[in-house]
Design a protein around this ligand. Structure first.
Ligand code: DNO
Length: 388
C-alpha cells in the first residue's frame, strides 16, 4: 500500500517534515480555504502542490472537493455548481493530481459526540455515543420529530442523562457536534443548523440517491476522460442522524453506487472506520466484492457497542478484524497489479500530543504515527508470509 498522511495545509501543526519522518510518501489534502461550490483555480492548486513537492512528498489524493448542498438537494443554482465542479476537475488534472475523494452526506460530514474521550491508558479517543446524540437532538437542539428516530429506551436514557448534565457538559456536547470537525463544513450554530436540515425535510433516501446518481452521470464521463479516479467516502456514522438521510453506509448502498454509472472513475474510499461501525458490514468480503472500484483506503478500527455507540480503538484492535482487512487488500492489489493508496485514519491523542490543543481532532501526529507503524508491520507480515 502507498502510505500517506492527511495534512491540513500550512496551519497544520503536523508539518510536512513530520509526515516525512513518519515514513509516508504522500499527503492527502485539499484547498481548505476555497468556499464549497467555488472553482479551484490552477494558481491555488499549484501553490499547494509545490509546497508538497518541495518537501519531497507527493499529493496522493485530494480529500475532498466538497459537494455543494444545492447539488445534494438538486435545487437552486445546482447546475452552475456542477459546472464549477467540472472546472475544478479540469484544473486539478492540469496540475497533475488525479485522485479525488468526496462525500454525499447532507449538511454534516463526520460526526462525534466526544472529541477527547478518556481511555484507560490515559490517552483520548473520538467517540460517538448514541445516548448523547439523543440528548443533543431531544434536549439541546430540540429537533421536531426526534421521537421517531430513537427507541423508547434510548429516549428515556437521554432524558435521565440530560437531567444530570452540568451546563459545561451540555456545551461540550454541542461544540463536539457542531463545531466543524477537520475537513468538514463550517462551524454551525443551532438556528443555522436547523434551517439547513429543514431543507431536507421532504427528501427521502431514494431522492438523495437519485440526486447522487444525477451528479455522477454529469461528472464521471468527464472524470474518466481526464483519467481522474473519484472515490466517495461512506457516511460516518453509517446511520441517519438528525433526521437526515444517509445513503452510503452498507454493501447494498455501494451496490447502488457502482450501478449508477459503470466506470473505473466511479470509485470508493473504503473507510474501515465508517463502514466498520455498521455491524452488518463484512469488510473483507466487501473489499473483495468492490475490488475494481476501491481507489483509496482509510484504515482505522472502531469498537462497537450494543446500542449503536462506538469509539475509535487502536488501529489493530476494535470490532473489525484488521488482519483480514489488510489481507483482502493485499489480494486485490495483487489481482489488479497496483498499490492502493492508504492513510492511517485518525489516531488517539497520546504522549506529548496530550499537552497541545492545537492539532485537529483525530489528526494528532503521534496517534497516527502509531497507527501507520502498526499497519505497516501488519502489511509486511502478511506480504512476506503469504507471498502477496
Ligand atoms: C474524517 C474524514 C471525512 C472525509 C470526508 C470526505 O476524518 O474521513 O471528513 O474527509 O467525508 O469527503
Amino acid at each position: 500500500m502507498k502510505q500517506t498522511f492527511r495534512w491540513f495545509g500550512d496551519s497544520d501543526p503536523v508539518t510536512l517534515s513530520y509526515i516525512k519522518q513518519a515514513g509516508a510518501t504522500g499527503v492527502v489534502t485539499a484547498l481548505h480555504h476555497t468556499p464549497n461550490g467555488e472553482i479551484w483555480t490552477v494558481k491555488d492548486i499549484m501553490k499547494v502542490k509545490s509546497t508538497i513537492t518541495s518537501a519531497s512528498l507527493e499529493w496522493s489524493f485530494i480529500e475532498s472537493i466538497p459537494i455543494h448542498e444545492n447539488i445534494k438537494l438538486r435545487t437552486g443554482d445546482y447546475l452552475k455548481r456542477i459546472e464549477n465542479y467540472k472546472q475544478s476537475l479540469i484544473n486539478v488534472v492540469e496540475c497533475g493530481v488525479k485522485n479525488v475523494c468526496y462525500n454525499f452526506m447532507p449538511v454534516l460530514d463526520w460526526t462525534r459526540t466526544h472529541l477527547h474521550w478518556e481511555l484507560d491508558n490515559g490517552g483520548t479517543a473520538l467517540r460517538f455515543d448514541k445516548v448523547d446524540m439523543a440528548v443533543f437532538e431531544c434536549h439541546i437542539m430540540k429537533r421536531e420529530g426526534v421521537e421517531n428516530s430513537y427507541s423508547k429506551e434510548i429516549l428515556k436514557k437521554a432524558h435521565t442523562r440530560f437531567a444530570s448534565m452540568a451546563s459545561i457538559e451540555k456545551k461540550r456536547l454541542e461544540d463536539s457536534i457542531l463545531k466543524g470537525l477537520p475537513g468538514t463544513v463550517d462551524d454551525l450554530t443551532i438556528p443555522v443548523f436547523k434551517n439547513m436540515i429543514a431543507q431536507y425535510d421532504d427528501l427521502s433516501h431514494q431522492d438523495l440517491k437519485s440526486n447522487l446518481s444525477y451528479f455522477l452521470n454529469e461528472i464521471i464521463p468527464l472524470a474518466e476522460e481526464l483519467g481522474i479516479k473519484m472515490a466517495i467516502h461512506p457516511d460516518d456514522p453509517p446511520m441517519d442522524i438528525m433526521g437526515l438521510p444517509r445513503i452510503i453506509k452498507s454493501e447494498s448502498d455501494l451496490d447502488d453506487l457502482v450501478g449508477f454509472i459503470d466506470s473505473p472513475s466511479n470509485g470508493i474510499t473504503f473507510c474501515t472506520g465508517s463502514l466498520g461501525a455498521n455491524p452488518d458490514n463484512d469488510l473483507p468480503k466487501m473489499i473483495r466484492k468492490f475490488k475494481d472500484n476501491i481507489h483509496f483506503l482509510h484504515l482505522r478500527n472502531v469498537r462497537r457497542e450494543a446500542d449503536g455507540s462506538f469509539y475509535e480503538d487502536n488501529h489493530l484492535e476494535g470490532s473489525s478484524n484488521m488482519y483480514e482487512v489488510v489481507k483482502a487488500v493485499k489480494d486485490i492489489e495483487k489481482e489488479r497489479g497496483i498499490e492502493l493508496t492508504m492513510r492511517p485514519d485518525h489516531g488517539h491523542q497520546m504522549l506529548n500530543d496530550l499537552d497541545t490543543q492545537s492539532t485537529y481532532s483525530g489528526y494528532t501526529a503521534i496517534g497516527r504515527l502509531k497507527g501507520l507503524a502498526e499497519l505497516r508491520g501488519l502489511e509486511m507480515g502478511i506480504s512476506k508470509s503469504l507471498d502477496l
